[in-house]
Design a protein around this ligand. Structure first.
Ligand SMILES: NC(=O)c1ccc[n+]([C@@H]2O[C@H](COP(=O)([O-])OP(=O)(O)OC[C@H]3O[C@@H](n4cnc5c(N)ncnc54)[C@H](OP(=O)(O)O)[C@@H]3O)[C@@H](O)[C@H]2O)c1
Length: 234
């Protein structure tokens, strides 16, 4: 029997004009402390965390769970304290000072790449990360590897927009968690949820919003709005 692919959620913070990055493409930390807390909760529920190299670098992500209480809860549930950490990069140009590499205390690190990964980078990653090389990166194969080789049943994509677009194009997303922040960035070329405005997706994706929660006045970010939407299965 063919194993089902892992369930895929994605979490993003967006401005009121639905931009996903700041003008400087600096770390996407425009969400509030509440947004970060919600993200930590989602991360603690996943078996594998998946990001594109752009986000791993720009947002300087260690990609681990730093809250000991959340790690303890995972262990009590019979799961590893930390999720697997997966990064995709067609180029394979992984910088040696990548934040995720500096956190061997977090979960196993897997790099999905192509034969263009420079030999010196492969050497630098020896003993520090599993490197999975394929002629082209097929998001479905990435999920299959995480499911079959690492028993991941729930994958959380934390961006960026380029990676999310490739997952959406292949109809591989089940659930979106969006924080809508009370900011407007503007920018004709500013990336949104699916990157810099480009072509339409091959097919529209219909979702059902199953949660729409405003931040409460006592929280750190009055004015934020938290949405959870499930992709409709046809
Ligand atoms: N608002 C939010 O919630 C949020 C969330 C995450 C990120 N961001 C922001 O988004 C910006 C980064 O955007 P981005 O679109 O460049 O991020 P990204 O998707 O994380 O990174 C893009 C890079 O990742 C690799 N990649 C992504 N998808 C791939 C695929 N399907 N196959 C092969 N390689 C793939 C490629 O690396 P190579 O070039 O090495 O091949 C690509 O250049 C940052 O400013 C970050 O702060 C915002």
């Amino acid at each position: 029997m063919v194993a089902a692919r892992p369930h895929v959620s994605a979490n993003f913070a967006l401005t009121l004009d639905l931009r996903a990055t700041t003008a400087s493409h600096a770390p996407s930390g425009f969400g509030s402390r509440t947004d970060k807390r919600r993200l930590r909760g989602l991360r603690s529920e996943c078996d594998a965390l998946l990001v594109g190299l752009g986000t791993a670098v720009t947002d300087r992500m260690g990609m681990g769970i730093s809250d000991p209480a959340l790690c303890a809860r995972r262990i009590a549930e019979g799961r590893p304290a930390q999720p697997i950490r997966a990064i995709v990069s067609r180029s394979g140009n992984i910088p040696s000072d990548l934040s995720a590499l500096a956190r061997p205390d977090c979960g196993p690190l897997i790099i999905f790449t192509t034969p263009t990964m420079p030999a010196e980078v492969r050497r630098m990653l020896e003993g520090r990360a599993e490197v999975v090389i394929a002629d082209a990166i097929d998001p479905a194969e990435v999920l299959r590897h995480l499911g079959e080789c690492h028993a991941a049943r729930r994958v959380l994509c934390e961006g960026g927009p380029t990676l999310l677009r490739s997952l959406l194009e292949a109809n591989l997303v089940d659930e979106l968690h969006l924080t809508v922040c009370p900011l407007v960035f503007g920018g004709r070329m500013a990336p949104g949820l699916t990157g810099i405005p480009a072509g339409f997706l091959p097919e529209e994706i219909r979702l059902d919003i199953v949660e729409a929660v405003p931040s409460s006045a006592e929280e750190s970010a009055p004015g934020e709005f938290y949405l959870r939407a499930l992709v409709r299965k046809v």
